[in-house]
Design a protein. Structure first.
Length: 157
């Protein structure tokens, strides 16, 4: 797996094609509205990443182009390849897709936009996320508030 510099995924995929290295860059179609005009374009599903299997002796040449940040090792290659095939099938289907945070019960999150910006809480039900629970530890109470997933960021630790 290759971590690229920002907005360099397509250029790096082009380089891999020219170097005859097998790779995968899942692209999705997106659209932007500018007044009455609608502009459609393709963008990487996973920003900053191109999937490739490159022999160690060929890697130094790829670093010379200044598009690549680092190679990331994949520990469970068999599982990764199955998941990558699923992503390729999804992209080929033409269905609308977007990234979704992988939420777990009790995960700490921060609201990054909207009227609750800056508030921290925890995920109550990741299988049907209806929002986050904001704790009032002193009262041993929690408040469930509906927050769109796009407004949440998972906190590490």
């Amino acid at each position: 797996m290759c971590h690229t510099k920002p907005r360099c995924e397509k250029k790096f995929a082009d380089l891999l094609t020219r170097e005859r290295c097998g790779h995968s860059l899942p692209l999705i179609t997106s659209e932007r509205r500018y007044g009455a005009r609608i502009r459609r374009f393709t963008k990487p599903l996973f920003t900053g990443y191109v999937f490739a299997q490159i022999a160690p002796e060929r890697r130094s040449r790829l670093y010379q182009q200044e598009l690549l940040v680092r190679f990331l090792p994949v520990t469970d290659e068999a599982s990764f390849l199955v998941q990558l095939d699923a992503v390729k099938t999804l992209v080929a289907s033409g269905l609308e897709a977007s990234l979704h945070p992988l939420l777990k019960h009790g995960a700490r999150v921060r609201v990054v936009s909207g009227p609750l910006k800056g508030v921290e809480g925890m995920v109550e039900n990741p299988s049907s996320p209806k929002g986050v629970v904001i704790s009032m530890d002193v009262l041993q109470q929690g408040i469930l508030v509906a927050v769109p997933l796009a407004d949440l960021r998972i906190l590490s630790g």
